[in-house]
Design a protein around this ligand. Structure first.
Ligand SMILES: [Fe+2]
Length: 140
């Protein structure tokens, strides 16, 4: 099992609504890791669905901000989100609902690495850009 994830202040990017969603996602992955450790398959099967809608909503929020602020790396960033969604769909078709615990293990390893890496690279660039833009054109 990969290391358990937990929110660290250094993951904060200084855009409150994005940070809040990232905190929720990290917390959610942790809940699933704890459930995995207890082999609680019923919780995991339900949680995975909630987690994927939360992720979907979160990507949409980011993409709306990127559009609104004409973020120059919008296309690449959307593509990275898409890769993650496709990977998630792979896990789902891989028998997540057949009770195969190994699929959950791989999914949790993927999700925890993906989010931490994504937050500290692509999202960090985007939030730095957005903070600059918000200073000159605050949201109304
Ligand atoms: Fe992102």
């Amino acid at each position: 099992m990969s290391a358990k994830i937990c929110w660290k202040d250094e993951y904060g990017l200084g855009v409150e609504c994005i940070d809040e969603q990232h905190r929720q996602l990290v917390h959610f992955i942790r809940l699933m890791q704890d459930a995995y450790a207890k082999q609680d398959i019923h919780f995991l099967q339900k949680a995975v669905q909630d987690f994927s809608s939360l992720t979907e909503k979160h990507f949409k929020t980011e993409e709306q901000y990127m559009t609104r602020y004409a973020y120059p790396e919008l296309e690449e960033h959307v593509e990275v989100h898409m890769e993650c969604k496709l990977k998630a769909a792979d896990f789902l078709s891989d028998g997540l609902f057949d009770g195969d615990m190994d699929v959950f293990r791989r999914l949790l390893a993927y999700a925890s690495t993906w989010f931490i890496t994504h937050i500290s690279t692509a999202d960090a660039r985007f939030c730095a850009f957005m903070k600059q833009q918000m200073e000159s054109e605050p949201l109304t």
